[in-house]
Design a binder for this molecule. Structure first.
Ligand code: GTP
Length: 324
């Protein structure tokens, strides 16, 4: 089985960091988002194909320097083709069936269970589903007998939502569905193609584990908390000379003598925290410097950001390029 991963989006909701970096490379709980997403894949996947576009070169370079456990291939789009167009563009040579993954969903999906369900029920595909309270930003499934999806409504109003079960961002499809996607233009897989496939049999696989769409700053930090709480942030490691409870994911090169660390913190390589500084519920990317006695809470700081002595950052996404 091969897996097709959609990685071509602009990540506008995580700007300014995504001006220089694809969102999939933003780290949380010890490693980039994409690597957490792919942790869900079975070990015997034959190939992982990336449908890329925005910042494809940055992603490709990173993958080369930090190889995955499976063979990989990147198929970039010259212009953004949307989720469906990206699938069509990268669709040659996929397995039948193939797995389809969004690259910004942090979740606990039972992938072998999804594959089994598809083999048992047949049809053209099966979607993993997660139950959420607020369905407004997502695609919502109406389930009939034998978990067959009868309707699929993208971003419904609360009154129009047929259930609380949403597309969890990991699905399995027969290869023939690729032929349904028009060529050479942007296509939304979820709104333009999936509704037309329901009559041929698309099934829902309910997954009770945690789920978060890490595409906004608040949800990205929530996804990091979920990963740490699930023990998927690696061993909690306070940098030498710092104090606090953790959980903290810290690269070996972090300097933080005299700093205090609250819960749920990711510190990338080369981060320097001054004496008396405090960081909690945050992501500090490569080379971030926090001055003495400064505080950082609920923030995502891009590579090389500097917070001056005594500074206070709360609830912000900052990139070096966007600072005065
Ligand atoms: P925002 O701009 O913040 O909405 O983020 P986004 O561009 O990533 O969009 P969204 O979160 O809706 O994307 C869902 C998934 O589809 C992500 O894995 C994206 O990388 C991917 N995606 C979105 N647009 C495209 C596209 O035009 N081509 C490809 N190949 N993937 C896409």
């Amino acid at each position: 089985m091969k897996a097709l991963v959609l990685v071509g989006g602009f990540g506008t909701r995580l700007r300014p960091i995504t001006y220089s970096l694809p969102k999939q490379l933003i780290p949380l709980a010890g490693k980039p988002m994409l690597y957490h997403v792919l942790d869900q894949l079975p070990a015997d996947i034959e190939e992982v194909v990336f449908a890329s576009g925005y910042k494809a070169d940055v992603l490709e370079r990173y993958l080369k320097e930090h190889p995955l456990r499976w063979p990989t291939r990147t198929v970039p789009e010259a212009t953004p083709l949307g989720t469906g167009g990206g699938m069509r563009n990268a669709g040659a040579g996929l397995s039948d069936p193939f797995l389809l993954l969004n690259s910004d969903v942090i979740a606990e999906i039972d992938v072998p269970g999804l594959i089994r369900l598809h083999a048992e029920r047949g049809g053209v595909g099966a979607l993993s589903l997660s139950e959420v309270e607020d369905t407004r930003p997502y695609g919502v499934a109406a389930l009939g007998p034998r978990d067959r999806i009868e309707r699929f409504v993208e971003k419904p109003t609360p009154e129009a939502a047929p259930s609380h079960w949403i597309n969890a961002g990991l699905s399995i499809w027969r290869r023939t569905v690729i032929d349904r996607i028009p060529e050479g233009r942007a296509v939304s897989w979820e709104t333009e193609i999936v509704p037309g496939l329901l009559s041929e049999g698309v099934f829902g696989y309910r997954c009770p584990g945690f789920w978060e769409d890490a595409g906004t700053p608040e949800r990205l930090l929530h996804a990091q908390r979920l990963l740490f709480d699930a023990g998927r942030g690696g061993p909690s490691r306070l940098p030498p000379g710092s104090s606090g409870q953790g959980p903290v994911a810290s690269a070996p090169t972090v300097r933080a003598s005299g700093a205090r660390l609250g819960a749920y913190v990711h510190l990338d390589s080369g981060v320097a925290l001054g004496a008396g500084s405090f960081v909690e519920d945050s992501i500090l990317m490569e080379g971030v410097e926090v001055g003495p006695n400064a505080s950082v809470r609920r923030a995502i700081l891009g590579p090389g950001v500097r917070i001056p002595e005594g500074g206070l950052v709360e609830g912000h996404v900052l990139a070096r390029e966007s600072l005065p």
